[in-house]
Design a protein. Structure first.
Length: 356
């Protein structure tokens, strides 16, 4: 007896050849069935009511109704997990808007050539759709653009009180934007965020994010850790830590390393000033970093899986007792602000002792 596929997908793209290619790629999965296609957003909204898909691939540049307008309607009228699949992935404003409005992931369009690269990307797309199909839609909230956010001052590499390491995986970008908007003025803490977005997406997203905070996408060379500055990293490309006369640097001089490899230096440099925030996403292949951090008494705070669109990592940390779980974003923001104040007071207290 033939087993029915568990996930129903719908493809939305104005180009016939791309609809055909995406259908072929997705149908290659044993778990996903493409139940329908649409040529633009208006058709998609009508089809959603009839087909009731579990996940949608959505193009951006389409006639009648574009992808950004469509996702706004979807999230209000008929919430369905959306994975953007577009050739406009390098345009920061588009990726930023799609992700802040509730898209679970943003995926560059396949090249259309028969190659090993296409095969690899196809598997990544299928995996992204599987994760998105399981998303907790009740937890999906759009993030405002944050035009009125006051950007904090960038400190020097020598006056950093602590490091805030932020994990933001599948579905958590809108939460990440809200978090950064609320905590960006923390001038005494260096901030490093780790994402599972494709390189091309992350680069464009970072440029747009710089409108609300002092951010940069870091992928080569070396850069000083400075208070009030956010560095975005890909989970597949983690730099090493390097100490110089004027402070600590992230460095790609040698091959990148895994988090567990740089943790001993992170803790030796920051001690109680090392703080980890988890906003959601899937469980990484190697979780030993979190176990090492817990053993070293670093602070790990995670949003409850119930309020994460994709809360696999939060659920893992909760079950293992590795993190403090909070069920409200504002509580998380205030906790981090409190940690920042505590570290600043500690530094000032130590300075006064030296002066006396």
């Amino acid at each position: 007896m033939k087993r029915e596929k568990q996930i129903k997908a719908m493809v939305v793209d104005d180009a016939a050849f791309m609809r055909k290619q995406l259908v072929e790629i997705i149908s290659g999965s044993k778990e996903i069935d493409v139940v329908g296609v649409a040529r633009h957003g208006k058709e998609a909204l009508e089809a959603i009511e009839v087909l009731n898909p579990d996940v949608i691939t959505l193009d951006v540049d389409m006639p009648v109704m574009d992808g950004i307008t469509t996702i706004k309607h979807i999230m209000v009228k008929s919430p369905v997990p959306v994975v953007m699949v577009s050739g406009l992935s390098d345009q920061g404003s588009i990726t930023f808007d799609a992700l802040r409005l509730g898209a679970i992931d943003f995926f560059p369009k396949p090249s259309g050539t028969i190659s090993e690269d296409l095969s690899k990307n196809s598997q990544e797309l299928i995996q992204s759709l599987k994760i998105a199909a399981k998303a907790n839609l009740k937890a999906v909230k759009r993030a405002l653009k944050g035009k009125n956010v006051k950007k904090g001052e960038i400190g020097t590499s020598s006056d950093v009180d602590g490091l805030l390491l932020i994990f933001s995986g599948h579905g958590s970008i809108s939460s990440f934007i809200r978090f950064i908007s609320a905590t960006a003025p923390l001038a005494n803490m260096a901030m490093v965020s780790i994402h599972d977005l494709p390189h091309k997406i992350l680069s464009g997203f970072s440029k747009e994010l710089s409108s609300i905070c002092n951010s940069s996408f870091f992928e080569h060379g070396e850069m000083a850790l400075k208070g009030g500055q956010l560095m975005l990293l890909s989970e597949n490309n983690i730099p090493r830590i390097k100490r110089k006369k004027d402070g600590l640097y992230l460095s790609f001089e040698k091959n990148g390393s895994g988090l567990k490899d740089i943790f001993p230096m992170l803790f030796s440099e920051f001690g109680a000033g090392l703080n980890i925030v988890v906003l959601g996403g899937r469980v990484p292949k190697d979780t030993s970093f979190f176990e090492m951090a817990k053993d070293a008494k670093a602070k790990i705070i995670a949003l409850s899986p119930e309020i994460c669109p994709c809360g696999e990592i939060s659920r893992f940390l909760e079950e293992k007792g590795l993190a403090t779980i909070v069920s409200n974003e504002r509580v998380l923001w205030e906790l981090v602000k409190g940690i920042s104040r505590e570290l600043k007071l500690r530094r000032l207290g130590q300075k006064q002792k030296r002066e006396h």
